[in-house]
Design a protein around this ligand. Structure first.
Ligand code: ARG
Length: 474
């Protein structure tokens, strides 16, 4: 998202005093308090959404004859100029006017006079800010959904090339059973698919209009909330005015979605880091995503995945911050809610940057099939296949498990793989074993046998990739 503040310092203009409510007070607010309570230093990011919301509100006021059509056209002209000033980096934000809403309203009044003062009729900053955040978040969700799709499609491109690339699958980080690299990648596709579903679902609750709730109880003007909702592309209005101005559950929900996305990418990052270490040597990450060491000339460090893992902590922290922010608040609006913005903005920005960089990083991964294969050949990855083979010949599974355990111990003593044990020796362990066992003990045989939906057989994974491609177009 564009940085609307640019180089302007919001604290510069501290001589003007905020006369929005000064009639009620005997002395101006202390300088320290002004800085403590002001939010313009961060909520300026809502400026374009604030203007969008104000335009819709003004249009409704005119249509309901609450303001004149002359007022409406003055407001439109003024807001258009303000938007240009903001986009051009010329708008002078001032901490004296507390937040984005008052900064814009003050400027509007300077530009168009009384019409600017009428804009706030039937509205409060409480329903105004709730509307702005929802507009901001809706846009962020739509952008993030697009970025997840790009990452998913990079995963599919890579997976497509590796349905026959065999690697060890792990449980407890111990070699468990052979799988294809494509199958492993597709696990992350599925996680991202659910992340998408969650964001889409969250969007439904974000996309409701608070305006009209005013400060908390609604307004005595004959407004048309549905009209504003339609102008702003909301699916409907918030049904209860107290709830509309006070709850931020939609922001908490969004951040929970974000924390899960980061958690998934953090797990993936952990694997990329392991796989890139020379002990594994399964992949290489393109140089542009890594850095060297200032002291050890041989080092190439996977900084990007490490930072993704680290930044996950930050987003998880934002989730806890928002939950904590909400938990003790009585109805309706409280100033506490001003603290919702920084965690929310940072969550959106962290997710945006992470997803962008990730898609590019995945596209640049260099896979080393030989290293994966030789790792799969160590650690008796086909032991389960041998047990299943015996079961299919009539041995109860628990007995088969025991026979194979003995076979593994035997192979371990010899420092060889199960497939290297002679047929005569294998038959001493169980007379049910015949020549065809070697097909079962091969990595390819093991993969091919897991031939059902969700299994690692190359044919199944190729079909899953095809289905996934189609799902991305929906
Ligand atoms: N800056 C405030 C916020 O972010 C706007 C709403 C202020 N409302 C109020 N009654 N003080 O929550």
């Amino acid at each position: 998202m564009q940085d609307l503040m640019q180089d302007k310092n919001p604290g510069q203009d501290s001589k003007n005093k905020n006369n929005t409510w000064s009639g009620r007070f005997a002395e101006p607010v202390a300088d320290l308090v002004k800085r403590y309570t002001a939010s313009v230093g961060f909520d300026y990011k809502l400026a374009l959404f604030d203007i969008q919301g104000s335009l819709a509100h003004a249009q409704m006021l005119a249509s309901c004859d609450i303001i004149s059509s002359q007022d409406l056209s003055d407001i439109k002209r003024g807001l258009a100029q303000i938007q240009n000033e903001i986009l051009g980096g010329e708008f002078a934000w001032s901490v004296d006017f507390e937040d984005v809403h008052l900064n814009i309203e003050k400027r509007l009044t300077t530009l168009v006079g009384d019409a600017g003062k009428r804009l706030h009729t039937g509205r409060s900053r409480n329903d105004q800010v709730a509307t702005d955040i929802r507009l901001y978040l809706r846009q962020a969700i739509d952008d993030l959904l697009g970025l997840i799709r790009v990452l998913q499609s990079a995963l599919l491109d890579l997976a497509e090339q590796h349905t026959h690339t065999i690697m060890p699958g792990f449980t407890h980080l111990q070699v468990a059973q052979p799988i294809s690299f494509a199958h492993h990648l597709m696990a992350y596709f599925e996680m991202l698919r659910r992340d998408t579903e969650r964001l889409r679902d969250c969007r439904k609750r974000v996309n409701r209009l608070p305006l009209g709730a005013a400060a908390l109880a609604g307004t005595s003007y004959p407004i048309k909330r549905e009209m504003v909702a339609e102008l702003l592309g909301f699916d409907g209005v918030c049904e209860n005015s107290l709830d509309a101005v006070s709850d931020r559950d939609f922001a908490i929900e969004f951040t929970a979605c974000g924390a899960l996305i980061m958690t998934h990418l953090s797990r993936f990052s952990e694997e990329l880091i392991l796989w890139m270490s020379p002990r594994f040597g399964f992949i290489d990450i393109a140089d542009r995503f890594c850095t060297g060491s200032s002291i050890m000339p041989q080092k190439k460090n996977p900084d990007v995945p490490e930072l993704v893992r680290g930044k996950t902590g930050r987003v998880n922290g934002h989730l806890v911050a928002l939950l904590t922010l909400m938990k003790g608040q009585p109805l309706a609006y409280n100033k506490d809610n001003q603290e919702d913005k920084e965690p929310l903005f940072d969550t959106v920005e962290t997710l945006t940057q992470t997803l962008r960089i990730y898609a590019d990083m995945i596209a640049g991964i260099q896979v080393k099939p030989e290293a994966m294969r030789s790792a799969a050949l160590q650690g008796y990855a086909t032991a389960t296949d041998l047990a299943d083979y015996l079961v299919k010949k009539g041995l109860p599974f628990r007995d088969a498990h025991e026979v194979v355990a003995v076979a593994v111990r035997f192979a371990e003593q010899r420092s060889c793989d199960l497939g290297d044990i002679s047929i005569a020796e294998l038959r001493q362990l169980s007379a049910l074993i015949e020549e065809d066992v070697y097909q079962v003990l091969s990595l390819e045989g093991s993969l091919a046998s897991r031939n059902h939906t969700g299994g690692t057989a190359p044919q199944q994974v190729a079909a899953a990739i095809m289905r996934a491609r189609t799902s991305l177009t929906k």
